[in-house]
Design a protein around this ligand. Structure first.
Ligand SMILES: [Ca+2]
Ligand SMILES: [Ca+2]
Length: 194
């Protein structure tokens, strides 16, 4: 859903609630509105739009889900056909609500896992992520692989960078504690001589 569509759906819902309340009707709780952009903060808006375009392209039935048949065709089109069991396994790996199909949110989980280095590169989902992440026609499958590995490496470097910052903060905190302790010891010794 685009940001505009998301906003208008929220506003519509609010309007419905207001009208229902005006008419003295009970308001049924709706499902939680999940903001994709907030939940997947590691992706830029552009990246999420690109993933959305990929998702829509293969959601041929246009119902907002990739079902097994659509995923099968998708993997064939990407040049990485999977067995029936393989396809079921791919869905199960991200099917958090267990409805047997992949919602857009679950689709994003694939890329989250891929970037965190949590997917085996040659597994079904690993191939899906790699082959859709970039334009394979432009760089070829080999280029796609190295591009994707570079992306994972970049992510790991970012994590390492954060680790280093944490370590530095920890080190500073420890030194400050030692400084306080030394001053206390000094003051105690000084008190003895007073
Ligand atoms: Ca569908
Ligand atoms: Ca699902």
């Amino acid at each position: 859903m685009s940001a505009d569509a998301e906003l208008s759906s929220i506003l519509n819902r609010r309007q419905q609630i207001n009208e229902a309340l005006d008419n003295g009707q009970a308001v049924k709780p709706t499902f939680k509105v999940v903001n994709i952009y907030t939940e997947f903060h590691e992706f830029s808006r552009k990246e999420i739009k690109d993933y959305q375009a990929t998702f829509s392209k293969y959601d041929v039935g246009n119902d907002g889900y990739l079902d097994l048949a659509e995923l099968k065709i998708m993997m064939e089109k990407l040049g990485a056909p999977q067995t029936h069991l393989g396809l079921k396994g791919m869905i199960a790996e991200v099917d958090e609500d267990k409805d047997g199909k992949i919602s857009f949110r679950e689709f994003l989980l694939i890329y989250r896992k891929a970037r965190a280095g949590e997917l085996v590169s040659d597994s079904g989902l690993g191939q899906l992520a790699r082959l859709t992440e970039i334009n394979v026609d432009e760089v070829g499958v080999g280029g796609a692989k190295s591009f994707f590995e570079a992306k994972i490496e970049q992510q790991l470097r970012t994590n390492k960078f954060h680790d280093e910052i944490r370590q530095e903060q920890e080190e500073r905190r420890r030194m400050e504690e030692e400084r306080v302790l030394r001053r206390q010891q000094f003051q105690q010794r000084a008190a003895v001589f007073q």
